[in-house]
Ligand binder design. Structure first.
Ligand SMILES: *Cc1c(COP(=O)(O)O)cnc(C)c1O
Length: 466
């Protein structure tokens, strides 16, 4: 399988190359050159498979020529073995035609684990073959940092250093990062804001000698491997609810458009998905686009669902490329215009192709709290402030006769303050994290200063190279 950039000016790569490269050199995002195709019989043959085995089957054609099927199966089994649910991604029925699929049974209680647990192992495998090492750096306001750390902890070929703003993440979020004591993990508490942390990471990538000395890399959400690791659970849910013999719809709480893009990919490879509901909080750029072809930047407002607080959805470019019939020049010029003016010029024809499949939905903070409360009162089910937006979207936009699955992206215990506001009770941590507050923490406090931070990264690399 070969991968091409959405902007058409970067080298064509195989899967391993795309995994290590992340962003393409022309600023575009990698996409498979053609979509693999699963027949109705292929899908039927996956009924009843354990999740890891199904995931390996779905992902194998995407890695063809880079990673052999036995290795893929081994890495998938290893990635999901530690999940707190034996089903890995269990479906819970909430109404006659409405299910939620829980994607939060991994080590950090959020759906990012679904792809990142695999991505960490893929890095190790590919770097072993090449006899190389990399250093992952990243900035976090709390959520993605822990998933990246859990993905890399103890890997042989990877060091990871995550910057968080000192005193500005929640206790749960900080402890999920700082209690990981593996020798290849370093947490830096930066005296500054999240934006300072992000600027420092950018500055490390811009420092070319440093970047090549430590083999800097990232695992951010534009990496194709992260999308790929999210496709199988759509296939699993659809098959469990009757695919390929019945159409299934999905509602997805959305930020950077990575999760819902994976649903789109599942449809492209042959899963009969009828409608995709793109669920947003008050940061509703995607809802405005789908309602009125208005993709215009408004600035980010904080909400109760912080992982969906985005200004621009970075993975939308991949859908745009598809809507434009894979015309890379048109994709590049549309993105340039969007960056220049803050408004994306999408032709009526392309917009209509989008709205034929995708429907937007928006839920504000007050409605989010009310919905958590109402669902809990009616059924005892407790949804986190991200997942509830998908559930409300599914309830509002489900179609009679077609099952709809709302993706649940975080465990309620990850957002105890919002849950307490909604129902007056702080949800307990699940058993595998119950002792989080007793665990030893390890992190270094540093000033928001590039040379101080680069020295920390060099020390980490030197320690593990030895
Ligand atoms: C990252 C995240 C999202 C948004 O997912 P995207 O792939 O960026 O659209 C939603 N909910 C939670 C809990 C997340 O961590």
């Amino acid at each position: 399988m070969r991968y091409i950039s959405t902007r058409g000016q970067a080298p064509v790569r195989d899967f391993s190359g795309v995994l290590l490269a992340g962003l393409a050199e022309d600023g575009g995002l990698y996409m498979p050159q053609s979509w693999p195709s699963f027949s109705a019989d292929d899908l039927r043959a996956m009924r009843g498979l354990p999740y890891a085995d199904l995931a390996a089957r779905v992902m194998t054609p995407f890695m063809a020529g880079s990673i052999d099927p036995d290795t893929i199966l081994r890495l998938c089994r290893d990635s999901y073995a530690g999940f707190a649910s034996k089903a890995v991604v269990p479906l819970v029925q909430l109404d006659s035609n409405l299910w939620t699929q829980e994607l939060f049974h991994g080590p950090t209680l959020a759906f990012k684990d679904m792809a990142l647990q695999l991505v960490g192992r893929l890095f190790d495998h590919v770097l072993n073959q090449r006899n190389e090492r990399v250093t992952i750096v990243g900035a976090t306001s709390g959520d993605t940092g822990s998933a990246a750390i859990e993905a890399c902890a103890g890997r042989e070929r990877v060091d990871i250093c995550i910057l968080h703003p000192e005193g500005r993440t929640s206790d749960v979020q900080r402890r999920q990062m700082t209690t990981v004591l593996a020798a290849n993990v370093k947490n830096l508490a930066v005296a500054g804001t999240f934006d300072d942390c992000q600027d420092l990471v950018k500055a490390m990538f811009a420092d070319v000698p440093f970047r090549s000395d430590v083999h800097l890399s990232a695992v951010n959400s534009i990496n194709w491997a992260r999308i790929l690791g999210q496709i199988p659970y759509y296939v699993a849910a659809a098959i469990a609810l009757g695919a390929p013999d019945r159409e299934v719809d999905f509602a997805v709480p959305t930020g950077n458009f990575g999760n819902v893009l994976a649903a789109y990919a599942a449809r492209r490879i042959g899963v009969p998905i009828g409608r995709l509901v793109v669920a947003s909080n008050r940061n509703d750029i995607l809802t405005r686009f789908l309602a009125a072809n208005d993709m215009s930047v408004n600035g980010v407002e904080p909400s109760l669902s912080p992982s969906m607080d985005i200004q621009v959805s970075s993975n939308f470019e991949r859908l745009l490329f598809e809507l434009l019939d894979r015309d890379a020049a048109a994709t590049a010029s549309t993105m340039t215009e969007f960056r220049r003016t803050g408004k994306m010029p999408v032709s009526d024809a392309a917009w209509q192709r989008a709205t034929a499949l995708f429907t937007g939905f928006r839920l504000g903070d007050d409605e989010t709290l009310a919905a958590i409360r109402a669902l809990h009162a009616a059924s005892g089910y407790l949804a986190d402030p991200h997942s509830i937006i998908g559930i409300e979207a599914a309830a509002a936009l489900g179609r009679p006769g077609t099952p709809i699955v709302a993706e649940a992206t975080a465990h309620p215990a990850k957002f105890p303050d919002a849950i307490e506001q909604a129902i007056g009770i702080r949800p307990p941590l699940p058993t595998h994290l119950a002792d989080l507050y007793e665990r030893e923490e390890r992190y270094s406090c540093v000033p928001a200063d590039l040379s101080a931070i680069e020295a920390e990264v060099r020390a980490l690399v030197a320690r593990n190279a030895a």
